[in-house]
Ligand binder design. Sequence first.
Ligand SMILES: Nc1ncnc2c1ncn2[C@@H]1O[C@H](COP(=O)(O)OP(=O)(O)OP(=O)(O)O)[C@@H](O)[C@H]1O
Length: 265
Amino acid sequence: MITVTNLNKSYRTRGGVVPALQDINLQIEKGEIFGIIGFSGAGKSTLIRCLNRLEEPDSGTIAINGKPITGLKERELRLARRKIGMIFQQFNLFDSKTVFANVAFPLKTAGYSKAEIERRVGEILDLVELGEKAGSYPSELSGGQKQRVGIARALAGEPDVLLSDEATSALDPQTTFSILELLGDINRRLGLTIVLITHEMDVLRHICGRAAVIEGGRIVENVPVDQLFSHPQSDTAQRFAGIFNFYKNGYREEPGRKEREAVLR
Ligand SMILES: Nc1ncnc2c1ncn2[C@@H]1O[C@H](COP(=O)(O)OP(=O)(O)OP(=O)(O)O)[C@@H](O)[C@H]1O
């Protein structure tokens, strides 16, 4: 379970202080797939990056399975982060390393034995159906395959939580669907808690049970996804749901998916 209490975060820039998150309170249950939506600049990435302290909160607390993340010293934080996997829109793979070496990397730095690394990487590559690509380099893979490597690397250390920062935004609809299927499957098989930022209502509807809507650094809605579509309350949710329903009801031949996403950004 992830518990966020009274979280605040602002950025200090040359132009002044930018409040990015204000008084965030959130509870995400173990094994849940939890969505975060909001327009560009709303604070989604800041929130998800605070969960593993890639961004340092100004105040408030975050606990994962009862263990506080905030307040940990450097070394303890490094250990805690091993149980929090993360995947990114641009995959963030090492281009000069093979698929095997990319997935093995976090295990090596965590001090796993060579035999254990061989076993674990083999297992996890099979799980993401990339067993035959172990010796390939990222440049030899499709976008969907690269993201599968990203997922495998994030899962290698057997995390409790997977954070996904727009992991499917760079992928075509069919590949997006296959990555979502994979995440859903991993969630079911491993009981992994997944926190997922998305701009795509299709993604939210397909995989998330509950979602928070962020507006101007504040959570303005935190409800089951069905409710977000049927009874959107916030301005953001109404616009997301409205645009989604507009296209769903037979206007698909108008602008394409990319234009739709542009509208949502
Ligand atoms: N490193 C930074 N320095 C200064 N301001 C920042 C920084 N990162 C984010 N911000 C500001 O904080 C606010 C929230 O940004 P954040 O990236 O969390 O939004 P987002 O909802 O993830 O947006 P997007 O969908 O465009 O990625 C914005 O006003 C943004 O300009």
